[in-house]
Design a protein around this ligand. Structure first.
Ligand code: MRU
Length: 372
């Protein structure tokens, strides 16, 4: 964890880390959780890209932080192993950014982090290759440190929205495994519990890859957060029984009008919440807001391989040869969202003015960094 950042909760693992010696990008391999705690030591940017593609590291903010480190690693390795001049540095940098941008399409934090690295590279273009590579490592560390702070700020703004006691339902994994810090939606729950609220977390298992069952349930157990796991199709019944007073989830990309893409199944949960009169919140940093997307219609939805649906834990559970549709995300229309919690406060309907102001505020902050 970057020095000087205080975490509000005790995490027993590190999702993403930069190790100067190597340089190595160290990632907790989330494909193996909860059974095995294994750290991948990525020594080449190709290994970092593969980790993002295969969901060894996943969750929108964590993907952004990881890409920043992967790009920094590529440039560190390039200056160590090649006799670079300014043009070849820029050519390798551009190629690396292009490859990272092709790893996953929906989480805009990936493209946001790449843009941050490109802006940093442009800011320091007059420096020599070794110095520029060092500046890029510093920028990647800054992206990580800011993500930790943004999680804490979302926690402060969002905790007030949750009830003093009762059930909160969530979908997918939005905790420390999905970010550089304590999490987005799960981070808000963590902050609320740290304030003394007596919350019970209802965890959707999140088919097909079980981020809820494997990852969120694991994080709740690590923290001693009271939690109950349900399969996704049980949510309606649980809401009807009155066990849930609020819903809070993360997002992978938020359009200018507030439409929010998140893990497949989130849209259904939002509809259920509207029917049962339960407030439905999104928690996401401004790095997840894409003002270039006017509405959710323009958000690219990743489609993944059929075997994620036909197989469970390596075992076939579907009839061989059946046709499969496997969109990894869906879009919650803004009309179903009670509030979008960012590090700069809570955006409410009509969303656009609040989101624009929050993004502008965040941008002013990180562009103030000048070359040393
Ligand atoms: O496919 P994944 O596991 O990367 O999807 C993650 C999600 O959908 C999360 O809910 C989202 O990234 C918000 S995480 C803080």
């Amino acid at each position: 964890m970057p020095v000087g950042v205080v975490m509000e909760f005790a995490s027993h693992f590190t999702t993403v880390a930069w190790v100067d010696d190597g340089p190595v990008v160290r990632l907790l391999d989330q494909r193996l959780l909860p059974g095995v705690t294994h750290y991948l030591e990525c020594r080449q940017p190709d290994e970092v890209m593969e980790a993002i593609r295969t969901l060894a590291v996943r969750g929108a903010p964590a993907i952004g932080v990881t890409a920043g480190y992967g790009i920094a690693q590529a440039m560190q390795l390039a200056v160590r192993t090649k006799d670079l001049h300014a043009n070849s540095f820029d050519a390798i940098f551009a190629e690396t950014c292009k490859h990272f941008a092709a790893t996953r399409p929906t989480a805009v934090n990936l493209f946001w982090a790449i843009k941050r690295m490109q802006e940093a590279n442009a800011r320091w273009h007059v420096r020599g290759p070794a110095e520029r590579a060092a500046m890029l490592v510093a920028e990647a560390k800054r992206i990580h440190a800011e993500d930790i702070e943004m999680c804490l700020a979302m926690g402060r703004h969002g905790a007030a929205l949750l009830p003093d006691s009762g059930g909160v339902i969530t979908h997918c994994n939005t905790g420390a495994l999905a970010t550089g810090g304590q999490g987005t939606a799960l981070g808000v729950i963590r902050s609320a519990v740290a304030q003394g609220k007596k919350l019970h977390v209802w965890v959707d298992e999140t088919r097909p890859l079980l981020q809820g069952a494997r990852l969120t349930a694991w994080e709740c157990a690590q923290d001693g957060l009271p939690a109950t796991l349900i399969t996704d199709n049980m949510a309606a019944h649980v809401l009807k029984l009155g066990h849930v007073q609020a819903a809070i989830v993360g997002a992978d990309r938020i359009a200018r009008n507030g439409d929010s893409a998140n893990k497949i199944g989130t849209y259904g949960l939002a509809i259920l919440c509207r029917y049962h009169n339960i407030p439905f919140y999104i928690a996401a940093p401004t790095s997840t807001v894409d003002l270039a997307c006017d509405t959710g219609e323009h958000i690219p939805i990743e489609e993944r391989k059929p075997d994620e649906v036909t197989h469970l834990g390596g075992q076939r559970v579907a009839a061989a040869g059946v046709d499969v549709f496997n969109p990894a995300f869906d879009v919650v229309p803004h009309a179903l969202i009670a509030g979008i919690i960012t590090e700069h406060g809570v955006a409410t309907a009509p969303f656009t003015p609040d989101l624009e102001a929050m993004v502008a505020r965040a941008r002013t902050r990180h562009t103030q960094v000048e070359p040393a």
